[in-house]
Design a protein around this ligand. Structure first.
Ligand code: ADE
Length: 248
């Protein structure tokens, strides 16, 4: 299975470097992903290929006009295409979103600059995506985040095992990992990891993932159906904390 991704931007050069390297670069080189970056100005208006204008009603900055985006999408859209608008007011981008998008055949990512987009652009796209509650100076970095997160989930791009166990894959943060040396600056390695007992290692890792999520991101557990094992780990942690509180 492969995925085709088109990006519409006023700064095509911004995407070249990061997506040429490492995992995205290799995925493209191996033909698992087709990535095309288009200069939105190619669909600009008039001799100056204008893409933006002052807001009706006044106010600061310039607003992206709808026609260049509309014409570009007319050229790129085909049956099976999903168009994403990068926008801080969009739906929050999560690992589940990345998984959904990785299963699609053709994505078009629209990266606005300026103060924003003409409201009518929203009627031209299928989804609006925000990568977090902060404002970037344009959609390019957000598009790169989405593309990177999606590409690594396309079958064959990386070893599937690494995407099953990693943070957020099962709604939990990832368990702690260790490699050599056995002792570093006085810090050892949990003995269970060198015990050779694969079942015990798996149970320990799962419990650690639950503990870490409970401490760092309790919000992730709130939206999750817990297994009996997970509930037990959480109870144990609460008891441990309570007795720490008693000691303090
Ligand atoms: N463009 C500007 N800020 C953004 C954000 N947080 N997510 C997606 N696109 C954006």
């Amino acid at each position: 299975m492969t995925i085709e991704i088109d990006v519409l931007t006023l700064f095509p050069g911004m995407l070249a470097g990061p997506l040429d390297e490492s995992i995205p670069g290799r995925a493209v080189a191996r033909g698992l992903v087709t990535l095309r970056v288009h200069d939105l100005r190619a669909w600009g208006i008039g001799r100056h290929r204008s893409v933006d204008d002052a807001p009706y009603g006044g106010g600061a900055g310039m607003v992206l006009r709808p026609e260049p985006v509309g014409d570009a999408l007319d050229a790129l859209r085909r049956p099976g295409t999903t168009v994403l608008l990068m926008d801080p007011a969009g739906e929050p981008f999560r690992q589940a979103t990345a998984r959904e998008l990785a299963g699609l055949e053709h994505l078009v990512l629209v990266c606005p600059r300026y103060e924003g987009v003409d409201e009518r652009v929203r009627s031209l796209v299928d989804r609006e995506i925000s990568i977090g509650d902060y404002v970037l100076s344009g959609g390019e970095l957000a598009a790169m985040v989405v593309i990177d997160a999606v590409i690594r989930l396309v079958p064959g791009v990386i070893e599937e095992a690494s995407t099953i166990e990693e943070s957020h894959a099962a709604g939990l943060l990832e368990y702690p990992q260790y490699t050599r040396p056995a002792v570093y600056r006085g810090m050892g390695v949990p003995s269970i990891l060198t015990s050779g007992d694969h079942g015990a290692v798996a149970r320990w890792r799962h419990a650690e993932a639950v503990r870490r999520t409970l401490h760092r991101r309790p919000d992730l557990l709130a939206g999750r159906e817990l297994t009996a094992d997970e509930r037990r780990v959480i109870e144990e942690e609460r008891d441990a904390r309570r007795s720490e509180g008693d000691l303090a």
